[in-house]
Design a binder for this molecule. Sequence first.
Ligand code: SF4
Length: 393
Amino acid sequence: MKKISRRDFLYCSAGLLACTTPAYALWPFSDKTESPSIRASIRGKVFKGDAPDKLWKWSHEGFSYKKLKNSRVMCNICPNHCVLSPGDRSACRSKVNLKGTLYSLAYGNPCAVNTDPVEKKPLYHFKPGSKAFSIATAGCNFRCLNCQNWEISQSRPEDVRHHELFPGDVVKEAGRADAQSIAYTYSEAVTYFEYMIDTARLARDANLHNLLISNGFINTPPLLELCRVLDAANINLKSFRDAVYQQLNGGRLQPVLNTLKTLHEQGIHFEITTLIVPGYVDDEDMLKQMCGWILAHIGPDYPLHLLRFFPQYKLDRLPPTPVSTLVRFRELAMEEGIHYVYPGNVPDHEGNNTYCHNCKKLLVERKGYYIPEYHIEGNQCKFCHTIIPGVWV
Ligand code: SF4
């Protein structure tokens, strides 16, 4: 294993979402003004000849892949559909082709482990005040210019210091931490799918909840398999423009929309997070179009978190999102018809509270991760008995 720096060791590291807090010199989104050096492309970019010579202890055969001619393999977990020749490494850095078989190198070796309040994911309508045992391995299928967890998301599993926690160990540790859920989070859970699904199956058997915190860039068949043991998700809808997805994140919009529709159809509670990156995502027309799509395809009840951006990673010269922009966008999204819209990374703003969408009374007061007031009975508003979307008990 390569010698690591202290920075690489992120055990007990804190973080909201992988790739959610960003930045860059005020570089408004436009093909004319974009700096070519910071384009976040990833598709088809596998690492030729970068696989290790032999497997290590934390290897596991890929969950879904196809064997092709000449010992090549194609991973079917996410829309990148990496095609690897023997000795190649995937675009997400966590999978390799060894002698014609696809292996994950991220199975049982989380580099970030922590117990978080569920509100930190953020999930505001799922078991408020409960704890989520949170894990992540190295690797990501995006290249967000603003990633807040780039030290792990843009690393190979061999290059980061990690713990040995196989699926059964994760479930035991979650119980020991008095957590009600296990969250697959921080980097990108889709890229450690094999580890996640085996852990999630054991967690379900142990009456623990499974939370997916993800960019949503996953193919539908593996997602459906995961839905069998999934309790809630937060999906990062990074923009509502495919061109921004390609430029800022190295991804595509449509597969993420497909994920939202699939979760909706499967009856999984989820919340949506959008980081309002100045110059890229702070576009009122885009927000209106996004709300229109949400209302037309999945309805008004899924909470929407609009997060404040702070300078980060390759966008470290952009200014933070003005709080006034967050407040205006929250009002706009609610005017468009979304029932629950929260401003993220704006502590103590009253918009962090939950108000009944019918009678407008305060239901859940939030002071950071502390909940001083709570007025939901069962799943209903205590005052007008409207059903409040979410999983409350
Ligand atoms: S999960 Fe990783 S290996 Fe599989 S297709 Fe996506 S980027 Fe490629």
